[in-house]
Design a protein around this ligand. Structure first.
Ligand code: SF4
Length: 246
């Protein structure tokens, strides 16, 4: 049995995940099982609190985690990484703290929109958000200017703990290159494809997304490194499916 400590101090028993998934010959489940066996638990999301995860979910839009880490460090050093303090901080000042995350003026506005929603609607309480129906909360987040499906779902899963699968560029690239979905599949059909083959479980979704990000980051880049990738045995016999539109 494998134990991991989550960022919020909850200990998870991860081998139970493999037992609770019924044996179905479906792609998403096979990929999840195979990656978990090959790479082990990923211990996501990197963050000290649910609020920090929410901030990180906005800052990581269209950029790598490295610049986000530095931006979060700046906010911590300035002692403004709380909902109330960011709510009161002018966006111009906020943008200076988050420069390293790229697109910092746009992201400062987006982050401020999210914090305003969080403070005014939920008094800055993640526990209050947790009580709301998942689809209702998702719709509320998507109504915040600058929060798209990937950011909303990252907040729902990693900050609030709701069972919502996150889909990103890596997920799309991996599934399309293996021929499991067509290239160009939109966010929600791909999300439905993944979740239709897995139990509705925040712990499984948490781990699966983190494992796919690991593969995308280390192997399935624009120039793929299939020879060392843990998913190489799952490629079609004819090889990787290319995106004909590129
Ligand atoms: S085997 Fe190749 S195409 Fe498949 S995920 Fe790995 S790098 Fe990408």
């Amino acid at each position: 049995m494998t134990f991991i400590k989550t960022p919020f101090g909850i200990t998870l028993f991860l081998s139970v995940l493999c037992v609770k998934i019924p044996c179905m010959p479906h792609t998403a489940q096979q990929v999840y099982r195979h990656l978990f066996k090959s790479l082990g638990p990923q211990g996501w999301w990197p963050g000290d609190s649910p609020f920090e995860v929410m901030v990180g979910a906005v800052l990581v839009q269209n950029t790598s985690w490295k610049g986000v880490e530095r931006a979060i460090k700046n906010l911590k050093q300035a002692k403004v990484l709380t909902a109330r303090k960011l709510y009161a901080l002018p966006t111009e000042e906020l943008s200076e703290f988050i420069r390293t995350a790229g697109y910092f003026r746009i992201k400062a506005k987006r982050l401020h929109n999210l914090v305003k929603f969080f403070v005014e609607r939920y008094r800055g309480s993640v526990a209050a958000m947790r009580k709301v129906d998942t689809q209702e909360l998702r719709a509320q987040l998507l109504a915040v200017n600058g929060i798209g499906p990937e950011t909303a779902d990252s907040i729902l899963l990693y900050a609030v703990g709701k069972p919502v699968m996150v889909v990103d560029t890596y997920t799309h690239r991996i599934f399309a290159r293996h021929g499991w979905v067509p290239h160009g599949t939109a966010y929600h059909p791909l999300q439905a494809h993944l979740t239709g083959q897995l139990p509705i479980d925040a712990i499984v979704y948490n781990e699966f997304h983190a494992l796919l990000v690991h593969v995308g980051h280390h192997y399935c880049s624009p120039v793929p490194r299939c020879e060392s990738c843990p998913l190489r045995q799952m490629l079609p016999a004819s090889g990787m499916v290319l995106d004909e539109c590129r």
